[in-house]
Design a protein around this ligand. Structure first.
Ligand SMILES: Nc1ncnc2c1ncn2[C@@H]1O[C@H](COP(=O)(O)OP(=O)(O)OP(=O)(O)O)[C@@H](O)[C@H]1O
Length: 266
């Protein structure tokens, strides 16, 4: 017996894993996502934007933690809102929040197992899936160690392991590279590229180099709206010598943001 995923029951004709139209989401009293249109299929999508752009709020809505205030949101072909089967949908989603809680006395294996159980994975599948996820993030030699003994970078890798344990169709990672050292970041980029071959991975980051190295698409947000969506090379092509940044994609990011703000202020 195995658990049937919501994605398997849903019509398989949908073109996009994530589809938002005129999406509005509140963070507290503020409309942090304010009329966002977005369509994402499989691949690795880097979510960029200045502080306060609404990246975390968008990711929380896509993780079904926050309910949209207005507009349309579809995940894996299913509309969110009303009587949506959120429990079923969540089985197909992996989510690494910026800050995540855990019992300090749990071992890495127990932590990932616990999260697999919360995601309602079939119990026969759990042990193998847990070992695979821990191995993929390079923590196999620490699987029996308590969470409280891990470094910041290792904790984040344990967080990534719990996000991928259910082999999600939609994987949402909020600032996953914070705390990783340069070698770990290189490994993480390779893992991202691999994950993106058969899932829709949305990664929010301030590290533009990670986006350039690992992402198929850049999603640029400002003030709750989509500013630009394109390949890293397309973003880079907007940058000029006068735009701030250490590399072509950073200069492209600066140029696109400035162009958007000029348009909005007119
Ligand atoms: N609980 C809350 N109550 C009120 N305002 C909030 C709350 N959470 C976020 N905000 C506001 O909503 C806006 C968007 O915040 P959000 O965290 O989504 O942005 P972000 O792009 O992820 O920013 P950062 O890059 O700093 O992480 C910000 O102006 C923020 O101050």
């Amino acid at each position: 017996m195995r658990t049937v995923r919501s994605a398997e029951l849903a019509p398989t004709t949908y073109a996009w894993q994530i589809q938002a139209e005129n999406l509005h989401v509140r963070a507290g009293r503020r409309l942090a996502v304010a009329g966002l249109d977005l369509r994402l299929g499989d691949g690795v999508h880097g979510l960029l934007g200045p502080n306060g752009a609404g990246k975390t709020t968008l990711i929380r809505a896509l993780a079904t933690v926050l309910r949209p205030a207005d507009g349309k949101l579809e995940l894996m072909g299913q509309a969110i809102g009303g009587r949506a089967d959120l429990r079923g949908l969540r089985r197909g989603i992996g989510y690494l929040p910026q800050e995540f809680g855990y019992y300090a006395r749990f071992t890495v294996r127990e932590f990932v197992e616990y999260m697999a159980w919360l995601k309602e994975m079939a119990s026969a599948d759990v042990p193998g899936a847990v070992e695979r996820a821990i191995e993929r993030v390079g923590l196999a030699d620490r699987a029996g160690d308590r969470m409280k003994t891990l470094s910041g970078g290792m904790l984040r890798r344990a967080g990534i392991a719990q996000a991928i344990v259910n082999d999600p169709d939609v994987l949402l990672l909020d600032e996953p590279t914070v705390g990783l050292d340069p070698a770990q970041r290189l490994e993480f980029r390779a893992l991202l590229r691999e994950l993106g071959t058969h899932a829709c991975v949305l990664v929010s980051t301030h590290l533009v180099e990670d986006v350039a190295a690992a992402c198929t698409t850049v999603v640029l947000m400002d003030e709750g709206r989509l500013v630009y969506q394109g390949t890293p090379a397309e973003v880079a092509s907007f940058g000029g010598a006068d735009d701030a940044g250490d590399n072509p994609i950073e200069r492209g990011y600066t140029a696109l943001l400035a162009r958007h703000r000029r348009r909005v202020s007119k």
